[in-house]
Design a protein around this ligand. Structure first.
Ligand code: ADP
Length: 593
């Protein structure tokens, strides 16, 4: 298995409970669909009955006009049945779609509620497989299973009822098929859920591995790791192949067994019915009609059983989708409210992997309004510390607090009013410009949105969009330039209005061509806030109030730029090597008023 932790999978009981809840939400639609299917099934019962009567009549002696009339009646019933089936299918298909839509919405809610730290740990591959492959599998199940199962159950009940009415004795032979069907289904159901779960898990691993290989292609190439990656992919593929082969094996046993189970009752009814007839226990009408009813039973039973297979796949997918909401929340909301704006880390240790700390006891106290630049070699733990200071991860030991309240105990919405992490990632979401800006506080007024856009120098172009704030952005609509997307991200921050910002790689956030412009926008956002800037280039450090040098998970030097330079430590050495041959470029930290 991969070292990654998979997201949890829900238990069978949870899946059943959820499915029942989903069905109960629409009692009226369910009864409407059931009634329509019922009426259609009753119409379908006429044909065997009439044919039975016909056979009986021919034996007793009849006229051709009677035969014609009966034939005409059969045609009539078949037509009526077809029309009814059409509407019944429509009703149940609508119901299926509706349940599916609700299911998707539920899933989106659940996904969005997953703590970021869990997504990072589980890898996005698992989540992606669940949102794509499992949702597809489940849609297929629901879209087709709901109508089909409804039809099957209703037809089954009515045909069995008709069979008993025609002659209870004649219903007995078809019981011979039951043991075969029962044993076959049991054997299959006992093995299938695990089989399908393994199949999905193997697929997630494969997706994860491929995504990793593609994302890290250059690194892999540079380090000559191709062979390793190829081997990993080969292993994943063969595991996935083995998992698929296993479920295929299950089906190759299950389906033929079922086939036998269907044929036995028809043959038995005909043979035993013939014997009844010869004994005078049944007449020709009864034997004919019963055989036809038994034949009619095959179809719904077959549908039900093959849907069992499909439902297995669906159930496995549903378990994986529901499992997403079983992710333990990493936030424990408490009553303690922050008192003040001071961000403070005390003896913080943190590990991504158990037993391997990447932060070794860091303490840092930020004065409100202070600007801190964090520098240090790559891999030292700057981004990790940044995330802890922004409340994305909780520390393993120690505490990170704002105004005395631990960050991970604040509700997310409240947390974001205190601290926000600004990274290079800036998404333009599908939706209007207004929705994009107002993400943090959807209730803000247009005037506030305008002020935010003005603050980041974006009002100019925003105004010129075809529908102003109502312009639809995102794929397929208006595409913003990277610089505009960055301004949008900044405007979002202005709306969220946290008093503290953690900027990770904020300087490379700036596209050189739009640099000046964006610097001004960024400076406007930083205005009046506490800022922790993870400076990947030293030149943004010397204007900060304090500089923190992070090395190997510890803060090794902390103080104003000039003091650190005077002290002649690691920072001074770094500074000299940078300062020696180049002029500091205008930095985001200098534009402070
Ligand atoms: P910096 O920002 O200073 O370059 P990071 O905080 O990104 O450093 O990384 C600190 C250490 O934590 C590194 O050894 C890195 O490999 C490790 N690390 C970072 N992110 C993860 C992660 N998601 N899972 C496991 N280890 C990680």
């Amino acid at each position: 298995m991969s070292a990654r932790q998979m997201l949890p999978v829900a238990s069978t009981a949870e899946v059943r409970r959820y499915a029942r809840g989903l069905m109960r939400r629409h009692p009226r639609e369910w009864s409407a669909a059931l009634t329509l299917h019922g009426v259609a099934a009753v119409a379908g019962l006429a044909m065997p009955w009439l044919i039975g009567r016909l056979v009986q009549a021919i034996q007793d002696g009849t006229t051709t006009t009677t035969v014609d009339k009966v034939a005409l009646a059969i045609v009539g019933f078949v037509l009526v049945q077809s029309v009814l089936v059409r509407f019944a299918k429509l009703a149940s298909a609508k119901l299926g779609e509706r349940m599916l839509a609700e299911l998707r919405e539920d899933f989106v809610d659940r996904t969005l509620a997953i703590p970021l730290s869990t997504v990072e740990r589980a890898g996005t591959g698992d989540l992606l497989t669940r949102t794509s492959r499992d949702v597809d599998a489940l849609s297929h199940s629901i879209r087709f299973a709901v109508p089909e199962i409804l039809i099957a159950i209703v037809t089954l009940v009515f045909s069995a009822g008709a069979l008993i009415v025609v002659g209870p004795l004649l219903a007995l032979p078809c019981l011979l098929g039951v043991p075969v069907l029962w044993a076959g289904s049991r054997w299959y159901l006992k093995r299938a859920p695990q089989g399908y779960l393994r199949e999905s898990a193997a697929y997630s691993d494969l997706t994860d591995g491929l995504a990793e290989t593609v994302e890290a292609a250059r690194t892999v190439e540079a380090l000559g790791g191709q062979q390793l990656r190829i081997e990993r992919t080969d292993t994943d593929i063969s595991r996935s192949f083995a998992a698929e082969r296993y479920t295929l094996y299950l089906r190759t046993i299950f389906f033929p067994l079922m086939e036998v189970g269907y044929l036995v009752p028809v043959v038995a009814t005909l043979l035993i019915g013939g014997w009844y007839y010869s004994q005078g226990w049944a007449n020709l009408f009864q034997v004919t009609a019963a055989t036809l009813y038994v034949q009619q039973l095959i179809d719904p039973v077959d549908r039900l059983l093959s849907w069992l297979d499909e439902l297995q796949v669906g159930q496995a997918s549903m378990a994986r989708l529901l499992g997403v909401s079983n992710v333990a929340d990493d936030r424990q909301e408490s009553r303690g409210r922050p008192n003040g704006e001071r961000l403070e880390a005390t003896d913080v240790r943190f590990s991504y992997v158990d037993g391997r700390d990447v932060l070794h006891g860091i303490s840092l106290s930020m004065d409100p309004g202070e600007r801190l630049a964090m520098v240090g070699p790559s891999g030292a733990g700057k981004s990790t510390l940044g995330r802890l200071l922004a409340g994305i991860h909780g520390p393993r030991t120690g505490s990170v607090t704002v105004g005395g309240a631990p960050l991970t105990e604040l509700p997310l919405r409240e947390l974001r009013q205190h601290v926000a992490l600004v990274t290079q990632e800036h998404h333009v979401f599908l939706g209007t410009l207004r929705e994009n800006v107002a993400l943090a506080r959807p209730e803000v007024s247009d005037a506030e949105i305008r002020t935010a856009l003005e603050a980041v120098d974006a009002w100019q172009w925003a105004q010129q969009l075809p529908a102003g704030l109502d312009t639809e952005l995102g794929s397929g609509n208006i595409t913003l330039s990277p610089a505009q997307a960055q301004q949008l991200a900044l405007a979002r921050l202005v709306i969220a209005d946290p008093h503290t910002l953690v900027l990770d790689e904020a300087t490379s956030l700036i596209d050189p061509r739009a640099a000046r412009h964006l610097e001004r926008s960024l400076a406007a956002v930083l205005e009046g806030r506490t800022v922790i800037a993870i400076a990947h280039r030293l030149f943004s450090a010397h204007d900060a109030d304090r500089v923190a040098v992070v090395e190997d998970g510890r803060i090794t030097e902390l103080g104003p730029h000039h003091e650190l330079v005077a002290a002649g430590g690691a920072y001074a050495a770094l500074w000299r090597s940078w300062h020696g041959d180049r002029q500091p470029l205008p930095s985001i930290m200098t534009s402070r008023s």
